[in-house]
Write a protein that binds this ligand. Structure first.
Ligand code: GDD
Ligand code: MN
Length: 363
């Protein structure tokens, strides 16, 4: 009996994501919403920084080089560094002809607080969050802004690729990007990336800024915008690349998983348009419940410890030779650890991970 229940749980654990993936692939065939050839909106770009002196110069060059009219954009750096990040940003902005305001925080208060402080200075029609340790692909900013010519689109983020790092991170990203784009075509995606997250400023004002009680400022805001009936999308023509930590990779993954879980637990109580319901409820299940289904199955197999149960466990381990499966299983482990850690700390202010040097040339 224990064996049968374990097998049923394993089947459930894999059947839901596979069925969801198949559904998302169908959504992928849908057309994108229309964009008009309207005037580009004015944009305020907020860069929150905590000790990013190594990358901020290249990031400013990356933003200035987007080909967006410089008179339609201003950059707001909200800085709590002690390594000269703000001075470096100022120097590079002057050299690049970029309008930059700097808000120096007296003490470090976390990313979301920094964003809200920056938001008070923002004047653009659209507000873009730009993490310092990432780079936008060619035309990411003009492409992202052109989507806002459609009044139904409330928020736009990027298809993200790792700039460095291991193959597990790459398989994870490949799978995740397909989901994000497919969900966007259906209606909206509940997962956004702080490397480029653009929001209509009037919607942010209605929401009262970014949430400070959970870590996923970007994803939660995108989800709330979907709840307001607007589309939060990740289109293929908006790309970004991020530096992946060289040390503390698992810690980084667990913290991000913690933030995503916080988003879904807070988001599940909201009311949503019917097109978004299958997305938000499935993603809630996949992030919050599904990892525990797998854990329960493993416990049952160990309890049973018969020949069949052990053979099943051995097969499950051996399958880890296959990259995408390994990447999936590792992610389940991160989600499990993250759920438990969330009981102790929400990690609203996190350690800075050591990242590789930024690439020499622009992307
Ligand atoms: N001013 C200020 N104060 N900036 C901060 C602080 C702070 O306390 N903490 C972090 N930052 C800045 C960093 O310098 C960086 O530019 C940006 O906020 C994101 O921080 P990272 O340390 O690079 O976070 P991450 O890349 O691991 O996490 C990002 O992605 C997660 C999900 O994908 C963040 O955007 C998270 O909010 C998000 O949950
Ligand atoms: Mn980062």
């Amino acid at each position: 009996m224990i064996l049968e229940v374990a097998i049923a749980l394993i089947t459930l654990h894999f059947a839901v994501p596979i069925a969801y993936y198949a559904t998302v692939i169908k959504w992928m065939k849908r057309p994108w919403p229309d964009v008009a050839n309207a005037d580009l909106p004015s944009v305020s770009i907020i860069i929150p920084t905590f000790n990013e002196a190594d990358v901020i110069g290249k990031r400013i060059i990356n933003i200035a080089g987007q080909g967006y009219p410089l008179d339609k954009m201003n950059v707001i750096l909200v800085d709590s560094s002690s390594d000269g990040t703000a001075d470096e940003a100022e120097r590079q902005a002057r050299a690049s002809g970029l309008r930059l305001s700097i808000l120096r925080e007296e003490e470090r208060r976390g990313k979301a607080e920094a964003l809200n402080a920056g938001l008070k200075l923002a004047t653009g029609d659209v507000v873009v969050i730009a993490d310092a340790d990432a780079f936008w692909g060619a035309n990411a900013l003009p492409n992202a802004m052109s989507w806002f010519s459609n009044p139904k689109i409330g928020a736009v983020s990027c298809v993200k690729t790792p700039l460095s790092g291991n193959s597990t991170e790459l398989s994870y990203r490949n799978l995740y990007n397909v989901l994000r784009v497919g969900e966007s075509k259906k209606f909206a995606t509940p997962i956004f990336h702080g490397e480029l997250a653009a929001f209509r400023r009037d919607l942010l004002m209605k929401l009262g800024g970014f949430p400070t009680d959970i870590g996923a400022d970007d994803s939660h805001t995108a989800t709330r915008i979907a709840a307001m009936g607007f589309r939060s999308i990740i289109p293929e023509n908006v790309t970004c690349a991020e530096l992946v930590p060289t040390a503390g990779f698992s810690k980084w993954k667990v913290r991000r998983a913690q933030h995503l879980i916080q988003n879904f637990i807070k988001a599940i109580r909201l009311e949503y348009p019917s097109d978004f319901k299958p997305i938000i409820y499935t993603e809630f299940y996949l992030h919050v419940i599904n990892p525990w289904i797998l854990a329960a199955a493993v416990v049952l197999l160990l309890m049973n410890h018969g020949v069949q149960a052990m053979a099943l466990l051995a097969a499950g381990l051996a399958a880890a030779a296959w990259g995408p499966y390994r990447s999936w299983m590792v992610q389940q482990l991160y989600l499990l650890v993250a759920s438990v850690r969330n009981l102790r700390s929400k990690e609203l202010m996190w350690d800075k991970q050591k990242k590789p040097a930024a690439p020499k040339s622009d992307l």
